[in-house]
Design a protein around this ligand. Sequence first.
Ligand SMILES: NC(=O)c1ccc[n+]([C@@H]2O[C@H](COP(=O)([O-])OP(=O)(O)OC[C@H]3O[C@@H](n4cnc5c(N)ncnc54)[C@H](OP(=O)(O)O)[C@@H]3O)[C@@H](O)[C@H]2O)c1
Length: 200
Amino acid sequence: MDVARIHKDPKNPNSEKFGSTIASEIESSRGREITITTMAATTPFNGIGKSVSRTVLITGVSRGLGRALAQELAKRGHTVIGCSRTQDKLTSLQSELPNPDHHLFLNVDIRSNSSVEELARLVVEKKGVPDIIVNNAGTINKNNKIWDVSPEEFDTVIDTNVKGIANMLRHFIPLMIPIKQGIIVNMSSGWGRSGAALVI
Ligand SMILES: NC(=O)c1ccc[n+]([C@@H]2O[C@H](COP(=O)([O-])OP(=O)(O)OC[C@H]3O[C@@H](n4cnc5c(N)ncnc54)[C@H](OP(=O)(O)O)[C@@H]3O)[C@@H](O)[C@H]2O)c1
């Protein structure tokens, strides 16, 4: 197995750079299994190939890595479908992209199963089944002792990072099975895999 690893460069922790790095890995890895460890995601997947334009659904595109990845993939000629909860940032992102009307941005809270179900319905109606889904939307509580993390804050982390991804898988995997095609990338964090003081 050929494993590519993308590591965060502590000297240049710049989202735009990561958008480009992740986009390159996704494009150039066709035919081999790669593991993205930047965000500690260790999900193996096959790439989408450089020469073919693909449809890529990314959750959490209003800012950060998701936005950078959306910009980079659109620049490289892929069709981007994006979601997050901040409408003005979705609108500004769409207007920044080459060929804006070609892409689809929807205001969706992935914590809501019914909203993700509606997202899947709209995506299929307007763009078909995505070739690749990047489950990027995520959140983290403030660094704290476990007993000082409020139940509300803890719920938000679990509802977004665990249940949100489950909602996406629940409504999109059944669309991919009949066509025997589809790649899912789940972003995570090193802090999701190992414990440390003040991090849960
Ligand atoms: N940056 C890093 O150094 C780093 C390190 C390790 C792992 N990661 C992982 O990489 C991913 C992206 O990180 P980031 O730093 O780019 O995060 P970020 O800047 O905080 O952006 C998170 C994105 O997720 C969206 N989002 C949050 N909750 C959502 C919800 N319920 N429904 C829909 N969208 C939601 C946010 O948009 P709205 O608020 O508009 O909805 C935003 O667009 C996360 O999964 C994170 O755990 C990042």
